[in-house]
Design a protein around this ligand. Structure first.
Ligand SMILES: *Cc1c(COP(=O)(O)O)cnc(C)c1O
Length: 348
């Protein structure tokens, strides 16, 4: 699994596993609140860090092994994945082309947050308008503008003599998922060193690759903890069904006989509010609470919604005070600086 031929070293690993005693205190202390450990994957360090660095170690090595010269990927304007891809491309001495979705109703985005970093990293950026809104029948519709732009970009690169490699949204596929199988092993080693048996691991669930790697990894090592994903946007059961397929394809690549099923993806659907990147009251509260107790910075798109889920589970008594839970801080720090208006700090 740690075969460096299949891995480009991009992340500072292992990431710290920190206690959060002041947060625990604010939630009623050791008699009422479980012990909370925070796995600092925001500190992976790839042009600010985050979870995509672990996945891209495998995804970019795979692209290189296939002779690729350019990484192409997609995402929102504030995509952490797109920024991480732009940074990984520099380390791998490749070009990066990003197809980013921006609402044409908004003024053309002034570079800020991840978009600013994309520009500094010298990525080529193409903006496309959003696709159709999700409906009950089609919870994650394809964006025809994005598909068209990808096709055009890939053809142009080939015409230039480049070998483009398209990375999936969030680097969530059979290859990138291996980064979080590795993270499950790393976390379990750290828990063992602390002589702690954790009961639950909380993580933001977007494209599900992070959750998928943890679910597969925990099963491979028979860890005591279950993975609790907090969905940051709608799209189930389709997203889970897709994740089961790429998780098992990842297992096959890793040469293990372990396979996972949909029931192992515990994904809580109550915390995404109106949709992707739309902050909820719970998410704003989580940002403030973590900043004021632990000086930990969460982002409104992913980590604050995941933390809002964990806080709710603690407050409603789902987790006993004797238990230990782990929160995976998946990053997102850069996007915070482009979302000042959404944070509601003016009303503070
Ligand atoms: C991409 C991302 C996630 C979600 O990870 P998935 O593997 O797409 O589910 C969570 N947090 C942050 C900060 C991210 O950038």
């Amino acid at each position: 699994m740690t075969d460096t031929e299949h891995r480009l070293l991009l992340a500072n690993l292992p990431t710290p596993l920190d206690e959060a005693p002041r947060l625990r205190g604010a939630l009623g202390g050791p008699t009422r609140c479980p012990s909370i450990l925070i796995k600092r994957d925001d500190l992976t360090g790839l042009a600010t860090g985050g979870n995509k660095a672990r996945k891209l170690e495998y995804s970019v090595a795979h692209a290189q092994a296939n002779g690729a010269t350019v990484l192409v990927t997609t995402g929102a304007t504030q995509s952490n994945h797109a920024r991480s891809t732009a940074a990984a491309a520099r380390r791998a001495e490749m070009r990066a082309v990003l197809v980013l979705t921006a609402d044409p109703a908004d003024p053309p985005p002034a570079p800020a947050g991840n978009h600013l970093l994309d520009a500094l990293l010298g990525a080529e950026i193409h903006f496309v308008p959003p696709g159709p809104p999700p409906t009950a029948e089609s919870p994650c519709p394809e964006n025809p503008h994005e598909l068209q732009a990808i096709r055009r970009v890939m053809a142009e690169l080939v015409a230039e003599g480049e070998i483009p490699h398209l990375l999936p949204l969030g680097a969530s596929d059979a290859i990138g998922t291996a980064g979080y199988v590795e993270a499950a092993v790393e976390l379990e080693d750290q828990l063992r060193m602390l002589d702690v048996r954790a009961s639950r691991v909380y993580v933001a669930a977007g494209t599900r690759g992070t959750q998928a790697g943890l679910v597969l990894g925990r099963k491979m090592i028979d860890a005591s903890w279950r993975v609790h994903g907090i969905a940051v946007s709608p799209g189930d059961p389709e997203k889970t069904a897709r994740a089961v397929v790429f998780t098992n394809a990842c297992a096959e690549r890793l040469g293990t006989a372990v396979r996972v099923g949909g029931a192992e993806f515990i994904t809580h659907q109550e915390y995404f509010g109106e949709g992707y990147a739309i902050p909820t009251p719970g998410c704003r509260e989580a940002i403030r609470l973590l900043a004021e107790t632990e000086a930990l910075i969460l982002d409104p798109v992913y980590t604050a919604k995941a933390m809002a889920g964990l806080l709710d589970h603690i407050r409603r008594g789902d987790i006993r005070a004797e238990e230990t839970v782990v929160f995976i801080h998946t990053g997102g720090t850069a996007s915070l600086f482009a979302q000042v208006d959404q944070l509601g700090l003016g009303a503070a």
